[in-house]
Design a protein around this ligand. Structure first.
Ligand code: MSP
Length: 481
């Protein structure tokens, strides 16, 4: 048994959760369930990123004290995670007193790599990011993700000397000591790293009041990204726990899940912070694509979000997890449309799987077929090396496709073997065919468990119960063909 630490990005609380936010959680959840089912101990962090100007401005325009505004939205994220069937072991808010204190301690440990300088240049409030002249020119002065003009800043800031760590970060990425997935993003990151200037890690308090104060300089506030990235270790009690198992058992993280838009912060600033603290780098940075709506990234700033609760309510949780884990590619951008969602539910979940379970359970019940015991997850994983290879490569939508092929092959087998007619001419062969079909379906159900835990459990229960009985339809809201 080994210990695995998985993390997700922590969303800004400048609005309520949207569909795009579900991706980090679902991917980490699949991996967490996979590792746990193999017998490993998983620590799974999530949380909310609560400081910075854009959140402060939102609270102001909502006419709410910022503490109340952030708490309300943070609670909505916490509820959302639960509604997705995702069970993290830890949830952090960057406004937690312990986190704030630890970020200040981290700052003090970084001090020999920090210097002060006047900054004059561009900033994107949406990204909470400093923009180089080149990026400004390439994007014609407008952030492509947020569609808002960059703003001009002229202020004193503290800088972290990325230059002290560039060669080490480059070597770690090139050698896969810090593995970037998907592979093609590695080259993008290396290019960004080569061009990366030192990064500003503070803002004057007069321009950013809602944040953690820089130790020893009350006129400055710690830049939100330094504050937010630190959550991955402050949640483990760092720095107080740096020599205790609470920290050393879990750091470095096995996998950090982030969206492609924030990979640059995780692949440049975050490794620089860790190296400055003399800490090992995470093993894998997994960057997923975006959920698109009509070809554009779904985002609060663009105002083109869909309420995930409406999507959840339409057909329930398994349908939601099915669509977002199989039809939203793990690495590439993918569209959400209601048409595609309906089709996936009706033609695949309800038809391929729901009808199969119904049909097979009815046949078994009519012919008194004895229940079959379900294999264990580790057993099934050994018997399906292609599945485990995809899971180990963290290619979850491909692994889900693999499981679905199994489901389809059981459908094909039932149509080919026609046990309902076989049983009339050769009852023993008919029952044997049904038992073997049940065994194949159970194998698929076990492989399905990291993706659709609820459905997997239901199927296993039906076919391993004392007596197999035809169940209520698994996906009752399906449209009749
Ligand atoms: N607060 C930062 C993250 C700090 S992590 C130390 C942030 N927040 S966010 O709310 O903008 O994004 C949170 C996560 O949701 C990121 O991984 C981001 O990529 C993901 N997504 C936001 N919109 C998305 C889509 N439309 N599609 C898929 N994921 C997207 O960045």
């Amino acid at each position: 048994m080994s210990k695995k630490y998985l993390t997700t990005a922590i969303p800004y609380v400048n609005g309520t959760p949207h569909l795009g936010h579900a991706i980090d959680y679902l991917l980490a959840d699949v991996y967490s369930r996979y590792e746990s089912a193999l017998g490993n101990e998983v620590k799974f962090q999530t949380g909310t990123d609560e400081h910075g100007n854009k959140i402060f401005e939102k609270a102001k325009s909502a006419n709410l004290p910022v503490e109340e505004y952030t708490k309300t939205n943070s609670d909505l994220f916490r509820d959302f995670i639960k509604k997705l069937g995702v069970s993290p072991t830890d949830f952090i808010r960057t406004t937690d007193a312990a986190h704030k204190h630890r970020v200040q301690l981290i700052w003090q440990r970084l001090e020999q790599h920090i210097y002060a300088k006047d900054y004059e240049g561009w900033y994107c409030n949406g990204c909470e990011n400093f923009i180089t002249e080149k990026e400004y020119a390439d994007n014609n002065g407008v952030c492509p993700d947020h569609q808002t003009p960059y703003i001009k800043l002229s202020e004193k800031n503290y800088y972290l000397k990325i230059s002290d760590f560039k060669p080490k970060i480059k070597a770690a990425i090139e050698s896969d000591e810090l593995k970037i997935l998907p592979e093609f993003r590695k080259h993008e990151v290396l290019k960004l790293l080569a061009d990366s200037p030192d990064v500003s890690i503070s803002r004057p308090k007069k321009n950013l009041s809602w944040g953690i104060e820089v130790p020893g300089d009350p006129s400055q506030v710690i830049y939100v990204w330094l504050d937010a990235l630190s959550n991955y270790i402050t949640i483990l009690g760092y720095p107080e726990t740096e020599h205790s198992p609470e920290f050393t058992d879990f750091w470095p993280a096995a996998v950090q899940f982030v969206g492609k838009d924030i990979l640059r912060f995780h692949a440049i600033i975050w490794p620089a912070i860790l190296l400055a603290l003399n800490l090992p780098l995470p093993r894998v940075l997994h960057s997923h694509g975006h959920v698109l709506l009509n070809g554009a990234k779904m985002s609060k700033s663009l105002g083109n979000t869909i309420d995930p609760l409406e999507v959840l309510e339409k057909y329930g949780l398994p349908a939601f997890r099915y669509y977002f884990l199989r039809h939203i590619d793990t690495f590439a951008d993918s569209d959400f449309t209601w048409e595609k969602y309906d089709a996936a539910y009706n033609n695949e979940l309800a038809n391929d799987l729901g009808n199969l379970v119904q049909r097979l359970a009815t046949l078994c019940s009519k012919n008194s077929v004895a229940p079959v015991s379900a294999p264990s997850f580790p057993e099934v994983v050994i018997e399906n090396p292609d599945y485990s290879a995809l899971m180990e490569k963290l290619e979850f939508s491909n692994a889900f496709d693999y499981v679905w092929e199994k489901v389809k092959s059981v459908n094909k087998k039932i149509d080919d073997e026609k046990p309902w007619s076989l049983i009339k001419t050769d009852p023993a062969a008919g029952v044997a065919s049904l038992s073997s079909l049940v065994a194949s379906l159970l194998e698929a159900a076990v492989l399905l468990s990291p993706f659709l835990p609820e459905t997997s459990e239901k199927i296993i229960k039906i076919f391993t119960a004392e007596k197999i009985v035809a169940p209520e339809p698994l996906f009752p809201k399906a449209l009749k063909a």
